[in-house]
Design a protein around this ligand. Structure first.
Ligand SMILES: Nc1nc2c(ncn2[C@@H]2O[C@H](COP(=O)(O)OP(=O)(O)OP(=O)(O)O)[C@@H](O)[C@H]2O)c(=O)[nH]1
Ligand SMILES: [Zn+2]
Length: 218
């Protein structure tokens, strides 16, 4: 059987797609093979597309970063899984849009380092200081592949589902026309409250101020 592959750029290929029914409706899952990943390992990024987005303007798009701990294991330490669910529902409700799922676990430092950082957080350090104690950047993510994927689909302009203004700036810097930002606010729980507050205070995320600082040890 001939398996079609489309080259987006030398180390980024569209390699597969299929309808994917979800509890939010039927998406089409597209897989993009990234052979430019640092350390040599290939990465498979996913775009979940709802409706016809070719040439689309002002559609809702979420550029989401992998978080195995919450999305697979149900960790309560962060809001990632609920943000992902929220975004899928919002895109389906809008009738067209996309969720781009990038395999940059732990804000790009990888699972091993994220778990090391969690170990430091368990000793009382916040999410920013934990990364720094490991000699790692606060945020090591890149969004060039998301920009390439949007261009591949012919998307003209988007509303970005995020609380992170740096993500908006990064995508704009890569040539994506981001018309506006749609907040993705998830109610904190006792384990995530300190983390979300740190994102508000130290990472400039547009999040509501905490009523109390309870659970602040992250
Ligand atoms: N290094 C590190 N990464 C974390 C931690 N908690 C969650 N992450 C990762 O953070 C990434 C998500 O980034 P966030 O800062 O939650 O949110 P964002 O994507 O910048 O902003 P939103 O678009 O509003 O979600 C995922 O890759 C998670 O695995 C942590 O304590 N340390
Ligand atoms: Zn998370």
């Amino acid at each position: 059987m001939h398996v079609p592959v489309r080259v987006i750029r030398p180390q980024l290929h569209w390699v597969a797609s299929s309808p994917l029914p979800t509890k939010h409706g039927e998406f089409t899952a597209h897989v993009f093979l990234d052979q430019g990943a640092e350390g040599g390992a290939d990465k498979e990024h996913v775009a979940l597309v709802f409706g016809d987005i070719d040439g689309a303007q002002a559609i809702p798009v979420r550029v989401h970063s992998e978080c195995m701990t919450s999305e697979v294991f149900g960790s309560l330490k962060c809001d990632c899984k609920e943000q992902l669910e929220y975004a899928l529902a919002a895109v389906a409700r809008a009738g067209r849009g996309a969720v781009i799922y990038l395999r940059q676990e732990g804000r790009g430092i990888g699972l091993t380092n994220k778990i090391r950082a969690y170990g430091l957080q368990a000793q009382g350090h916040d999410t920013v200081d934990a990364n720094r104690l490991l000699g790692l950047p606060d945020d090591a993510r890149k969004y060039d592949i998301a920009a390439d994927i949007l261009e591949f689909f012919g998307v003209k302009s988007i509303h970005l589902l995020t609380n992170n203004p740096e993500k908006v700036d990064a995508l704009r810097g890569l040539g994506v026309e981001v018309i506006g930002r749609l907040p993705v606010i998830i109610e904190p729980n006792p384990y995530s409250a300190g983390y979300l507050d740190t994102k508000r205070r130290r990472m400039a995320h547009k999040l509501p101020r905490l009523a109390t600082a309870a659970g602040d040890a992250e």
